[in-house]
Each structure stands twice: as C-alpha cells, then as structure tokens.
Design a protein around this ligand. Sequence first.
Ligand code: NDP
Length: 317
Amino acid sequence: MPAKILDGTKIASDIRSEVAAEVKTMAAAGVRPGLAVILVGHNPASEIYVRGKVKVCEEVGIYSEQHTPPETATTAELLALVESLNRRDEIDGILVQLPLPPQVDSKQVLMAVDPAKDVDGFHPINVGFLSTQRPGLVPCTPAGVIEILKRSQIPIAGREAVVVGRSDIVGKPAAMLLINANATVTVCHSKTRDLPGVCRRADLLIAAIGRAGMITRDFVKPGATVIDVGMNKVSDPAEFERLFAGELTKNAKREETFRTRGFTLVGDVHPEVAEVAGALTPVPGGVGPLTIAMLMYNTVKAANMRRGSRMPELTSK
Ligand code: NDP
C-alpha cells in the first residue's frame, strides 16, 4: 500500500487560523504582535521568502515591517539596527534573513537579537532553553516537523527516531524536540557509517540533508514515517530522470512543470520511498509551509511571553 501523504499545507493553514484567532484575542486587550524582518542586499531566494513571511503576517493580523540595508552593510551597521529593534516595544519578533553577505559576522548579528524576540530560535539562550525543556522560542522548521507528527496522530514516545543532518537550524533542534517528546533518537551526518542500515532502524525518519532524493527505498523500514525537510532545486534533466523516470515515481503534472519552468523542487527523499513508507511528507507541500506558520506562532508567543502571559501551546510542548 502506498504511503499516506501527510498534508503540510493543510496543517499549516490550521495553525495560521489558530494564530489569527489568538491575534484577535490580543487585539481585544490592545496588543498587536509585531515582526521586523531584516533583509540585506538582493538575494532573489531570500526576497521570495521574506515576501511570503510578510504576506502571511498580514493574513493573520501581525504587524510587520521590513528593513533592507544594502549588500555593502557592515556588521556594525546591522548590530545598530538590531539594537534599535530590540529597544522598540511594538516589535516582538526580529528575524534576520540568512544568508548575510560575506563581510558580515553573521554569528555576532544573530547573538545581538534579544532572546525574547528571537523568533527563529537560533540564539544560544533559546537553544539552552530547548535542551533543558524550559519555555522559549523553538526553531520554526523543526517545530513544524513535530506539529506534522502530532497532528497526524503519529506517536513519538518510545519510538526509534533517526535524524539525518546535524545543522543548528534543522537537524540538532529536531533531534532535541524528539528527545523531549520521548523518542529514542539517533543523529546521523556525513561521517555516519552504514547510513542506510542506521536509517532502516527508524520508526520516524527525518531527512534534513540538502541532497535531492538521497534517501532511497533501501534506507526505509517498511511502514516507517518519513519526514522530508529537504528543499532542493533540480534543473538537470538527467537528475530529473533519475528521480522521476520510474513507474513508481512518474507524475505528469511534475513533468509538465519541469518542462515549462526548467526546474522542480525536490526533497531529500526519493519519490520511490512512497512505496515502502507508512507515511510521508511531500515536497513541495510538506514541511515547507509549516516553517512560516511556526514563525507566526513564535511571534505571537514572543509577544505574550514579553507581556508575562503564556501563549497557549500548540499540540507540541
Ligand atoms: P546543512 O547543509 O546546514 O546541513 C546538512 C546536514 O546534512 C549536515 O549535518 C551534513 O553532515 C549532512 N549531510 C550532508 N551530506 C550527507 C550525506 N551524504 N550523508 C549523511 N549526511 C549528510 O543544511 P540545513 O540543515 O540547513 O538544511 C537541510 C535541508 O533542509 C536543505 O535541503 C534545506 O534546503 C532544507 N531546509 C528546508 C526548510 C523548510 O522550510 N522546509 C528550512 C531549512 C532547511 P555534516 O554535518 O557532517 O556536514
């Protein structure tokens, strides 16, 4: 039986509705959560992400503003901007869109964000809160992974989880959230020996690698839940063929898009995995939409926490 497809678009839409309802309640108390986005220079991908974030802010009723320093901005200039946003009471969340230009010390800029406004959850203080299970701001994409599992009624406690990828942004926080939810967690990376063998132990397999279709069917225990965080642009026809030529993976709509646009978005999980897995997130339409929804959630949570009240938790603790 083919894997159940976990609909991230629908789950993200539910979360946005819940956030919008909370924003309405806050408005009645005279509070409007605010998000400031810093976008340095003209990275086309970053511009698309930021537009998406601003649009969803409007949709859920969060105030947003964009700051767009030039490509030539210095570390000192960005630090001054972050400091000014830290001081403004109507700004609850500060998001520094990465990557920053090479002359900028990204770590220093991220460290300057007030941890109470760190809606990306990257500040070491929030990393510490997560690892010690204290209330804080959790990175959006890994938080979205947990929401997909919980809202799809996929049990986590007591199960074997394997996370492939150990980045500070996805792999490590995803592993920490799974530990906190009582899974038994293994974290893999580029030096892991017998990666397919380790992955086959997983009841829950989380792929956050950045390599199109690397997780093939021989990495997956039959019936396992596979969460594909990867987002890779494939424009090479040979690569497209490798991923989508087989009987199992053929998809007329995707072929049409590839031919007209010249590229397609592919996860780290090979489409053939749908024949082995019990449940699977698609790309696009899986984890991706959750990232912005969780950013909205974090902004409202930050606004509530800064005012001494607690945001009602979503399904994840
Ligand atoms: P990074 O490049 O920071 O980390 C990749 C990780 O994968 C590293 O830990 C690396 O190991 C590991 N890795 C790379 N190659 C292999 C291999 N052959 N075998 C085993 N492990 C390997 O990426 P990110 O964590 O930032 O992102 C991962 C993916 O998730 C990307 O496709 C990215 O686009 C996507 N993403 C999607 C988001 C969304 O909203 N859906 C948000 C953020 C990211 P090592 O540490 O040893 O180098």
